[in-house]
Design a protein around this ligand. Sequence first.
Ligand code: FES
Ligand code: FES
Length: 159
Amino acid sequence: MELRINGKGYTVNCDPSEMLVWVLRDDLGLTGTKMGCGAGICGSCTIHIAGVPVRSCVTPVSAAIGQELTTIEGLATILDDGTEQLHPVQQAFLDEQVPQCAWCMSGQIMTAAAFLKENAHPNADDIDNALANNYCRCGCYVRIRTAVEKAALVMNAQT
Ligand code: FES
Ligand code: FES
């Protein structure tokens, strides 16, 4: 099967019913996507399929064929000079020193990045609601909200 991930083509040989998280991590080495609950609940495995956040632990490979996938490894922009410019959400999470153990963070960031494309001017409640189903066992919720607010400001300034 052919997959398109972060702008690159990949060939994978697996059962089409295998969950994407395992193909990304074990077959393709894209270990930025984290496995948490494995049941579609915690959000740590969130990636984008055609720009829409999905939980890769409950999404089979078959659902990704012919689609453009983005993982945390592909969220940044590669500039003309070859350097990497982090997505504003990534940069804000760094600036605000959001992570503790960081296990949930790629899922938080992928969810927030998709959310800000849909809602450029969120208030605090909007952000909390958007991320309500991304669990952080370290309890970084206040800093997550602050970082998403900051990313929204940056993104609005860029447009
Ligand atoms: S690991 Fe996928 S939602 Fe928890
Ligand atoms: S930073 Fe540890 S689970 Fe979120």
